[in-house]
Design a protein around this ligand. Structure first.
Ligand code: TPP
Length: 353
């Protein structure tokens, strides 16, 4: 790809019809619904005083984390943001471990050691969340560089909000990825607000257009359409595997809850909220499964009911989980061996582990 090719902003990515099976489509609905149900339950636990600190979720953004993570393979690696619980579920984290983590319990993903939203299961290929925004883009670059130096058929993916694209670290990450043609997929979630700052006060040029300046494609998709996100992520991952370098995917969406549970969103115009409520990613996909993919409405309702029952069971398990043993507080705090990709291999062949 040349620099001039990279300047194209592609509006829609066509999905190859055979790419998603019927069971995949049921899975996409299942994961999005699980994210919604688990976050609703976590929010009520927060309101009951069972979650220390604040509570953050990704309501309205379920299609992004689920669609993007679904396009990757087990050998790929992810840096997942706190808006993207669905990606953790796609990788294999279960809602009981998520809920236990938010409550600081021993069976949480971090064993009750890290503050609620900062988690990632290395065994499932995910880095623990880094709060400094958007520093996970640099972490993803590092993993992608190791993959490239080893000559592996692997991809790194990371997520960030549009507010993060104003930070200098973001530009450094984009530049390095472009110069080194790293196998990395950047998923930008434009949810219209960075805390209370609206898009028009965040940037003069939409951040997806900046990708061209760094020498790689910027693709804009409907972030409330799980298959559109999947298609863009799949195409980007394939390009990265073929040596084509990074892609920036901007997913247009709306943060349907406050920045955190402490934020009443009083700065959001009600008509904007109503506009996006009508584009709810889960309701839209449930309707589409029936209208376009031959699902019976009863089948779709059964999937949703199963998920609700499953999350309720998971919540019981999380609530039964004990607080962590203080004697274990010092364990797992420092890296005990050099294993950046969590797979037991040295970062590249010239490195003595
Ligand atoms: C370097 C840095 N500065 C400030 C913050 C505090 N902070 C946390 S989230 C946030 C807003 C992020 O907005 P955006 O990137 O659009 O993501 P969103 O919360 O909308 O999903 C800020 C300023 C931070 N985490 N890191």
């Amino acid at each position: 790809m040349t620099l001039s090719d990279a300047s194209a902003v592609i509006d829609a990515v066509q999905l190859e019809p055979a790419l998603l099976t019927r069971e995949d489509r049921a899975e996409l609905l299942r994961y999005m619904t699980t994210m919604r149900a688990a976050e609703e339950r976590a929010l009520s636990l927060y309101k009951q005083g069972k979650v220390p600190g604040s509570f953050y979720d990704g309501r309205g953004q379920e299609a992004i984390s689920v669609g993007a993570a679904f396009a990757l393979a087990a050998r790929d690696r992810l840096c997942i943001l706190h808006r993207d619980l669905g990606a953790h579920f796609v990788r294999g984290v279960t809602p009981d471990r998520y809920l236990a983590n938010y409550m600081g319990r021993a069976d949480g993903v971090t064993g009750g050691k890290d503050g609620n939203l900062h988690f990632g299961d290395r065994g499932l290929g995910c880095v623990g969340m880094v709060s400094m925004l958007p520093d996970m883009a640099l972490v993803a670059n590092g993993m992608a560089l190791a993959m490239k130096m080893r000559g592996e058929d692997r991809v790194a993916m990371t997520f960030f909000g549009e507010g993060s694209t104003a930070n200098g670290q973001w530009h450094e990450a984009m530049n390095l990825a472009g110069v080194q043609r790293l196998p990395v997929v950047f998923v930008l979630e434009n949810n219209r607000f960075a805390y209370s700052t609206p898009n028009e006060l965040e940037f003069a040029v939409d951040p997806v257009r900046r990708a061209a300046g760094y020498g790689f494609p910027g693709i804009e998709v409907d972030g409330n359409d799980v298959e559109a996100v999947f298609a863009a992520a799949h195409e980007a991952a394939e390009r990265a595997r073929a040596g084509g370098g990074p892609t920036l995917i901007e997913c247009q969406t709306m943060r349907m809850h406050g920045h955190g549970a402490h934020d009443d969103m009083s700065y959001v115009p009600p008509e904007l909220f109503a506009e996006w409520e009508a584009r709810d990613p889960i309701e839209r996909y449930a309707a589409r499964l029936v209208a376009d993919f031959g699902f019976a409405s009863e089948e779709v309702e059964a999937i949703r009911a199963e998920v609700v029952a499953y999350v309720a069971e998971c919540a019981e398990r999380a609530l039964a989980s004990p607080m962590p043993d203080p004697a274990l507080a010092g364990e797992g705090v420092f890296a005990e061996r050099w294993d950046p990709l969590g797979d037991g291999a040295a970062p590249w062949s010239g490195w003595a582990a």
